[in-house]
Design a protein around this ligand. Structure first.
Ligand code: PBG
Length: 318
């Protein structure tokens, strides 16, 4: 390990801009609105998302994952706006595809940005109704696909949603749209800043107090593998593990067992931890960013969804 040249020569995994999916938040207003709990991340206007897509192309970042911030007054219990053909997600998708058609666009399929109670699905009684939720997700996904989205990414964790999405895409002549399922998504404290970023409704106002009835128990590995197997059988083209760094063992197991393109989501809380420590002078920010992203490659991930994408791409010399 004495010289850089030999370290490079024997390196087993390499991080490049082509491994990154840029996680981005769009809002309905003008200009950018900084997210307090995520220094360096802002909600962007539709126009700014289009500019960001051009930037992604320049930096060699293959894809962008878009998440919406919705005005609280427009939310309801059913998350009705999720399937609005002219909603902010669809407008952003069109603007980004117009500006940089070479960049892949991925949309989140879940109701939580649009529900006033903050859950990913419809509430019936005191539960999240699995099948009723899937019907709404299919409507949402078709609207996103028609707007030009390349990858649908269901993050809701309802059972059977990948199969229903695949069926609906085929029936509508949208068979080329891909599905990247949030196959092993754990109920996690690390989503905290995201809920701030998208202005999520406060959990517990209706329905369960948390998302543990549909997101996975953080103690489980075998169940994660069963979840991944189901989504692949239902037609997922790619799978994801989320959160990222605390779940590298799951990433590694999924890669070994299924040999599918497997992605990891370096979530908002992971971003916030690195930035908070760096801003306190407790860790070296740039080294921590690249080391954390490189760890996903070592674990075998095909790529990483991350808020650091543009910065990391620049550091990698794009
Ligand atoms: C919800 C969703 C969440 C994230 C992406 N989609 C949060 C949740 O499950 O409550 C989290 C992303 C992040 O923390 O960066 N469908």
């Amino acid at each position: 390990r004495q010289a850089d040249w030999v370290r490079r020569l024997v390196r087993e995994s390499v991080l490049t801009p082509a491994d990154l999916i840029w996680s981005m938040v769009v809002h309905e207003g003008e200009g950018e609105v900084p997210v307090a709990s995520m220094p360096g991340v802002s909600r962007l206007s539709v126009d700014q998302c289009a500019q960001a897509a051009v930037e992604a192309r320049k930096l060699g970042i293959p894809a962008i994952a878009i998440f919406p911030h919705i005005d609280g007054a427009k939310k309801d219990a059913a998350g009705s706006l999720a399937a609005a053909p002219n909603g902010v997600v669809c407008r952003a998708v069109k603007a980004m595809k117009d500006a940089a058609p070479e960049v892949g666009i991925m949309c989140d399929v879940a109701l939580d940005p649009f529900t006033d109670h903050g859950h990913d699905g419809i509430i019936e009684g005191d539960k999240i109704a699995n099948d009723a939720t899937i019907e709404r997700l299919v409507e949402q996904a078709l609207v996103q696909a028609r707007a030009g989205c390349d990858i649908l990414a269901p993050s809701d964790m309802m059972d059977g949603r990948c199969g229903k999405l695949r069926e609906a895409l085929e029936a509508e002549g949208l068979q080329d749209v891909m599905i990247m399922s949030y196959a092993a998504k754990f109920a996690s404290a690390f989503y905290g800043p995201y809920r701030d970023a998208i202005g999520s409704g406060k959990l517990g106002t209706a329905g369960p107090a948390d998302k543990k009835t549909y997101q996975m128990d953080s103690a489980n590995t075998e169940e994660a593998l069963r979840e991944v197997a189901l989504d692949i059988a239902e037609g997922a083209d790619m799978v994801m593990v989320k959160p990222g760094m605390p779940y590298l063992d799951i990433v590694s197991r999924v890669v070994r067992e299924f040999n599918m393109p497997t992605f990891a989501f370096q979530v908002s809380g992971e971003y916030a931890m690195i930035m908070a420590a760096a801003q306190n002078g407790w860790i070296d920010e740039e080294r921590a960013i690249l080391e954390s992203l490189g760890a996903f490659k070592r674990a075998g991930a095909a790529g990483i969804i991350t808020y650091f994408a543009p910065r990391a791409a620049r550091m990698l010399g794009a």
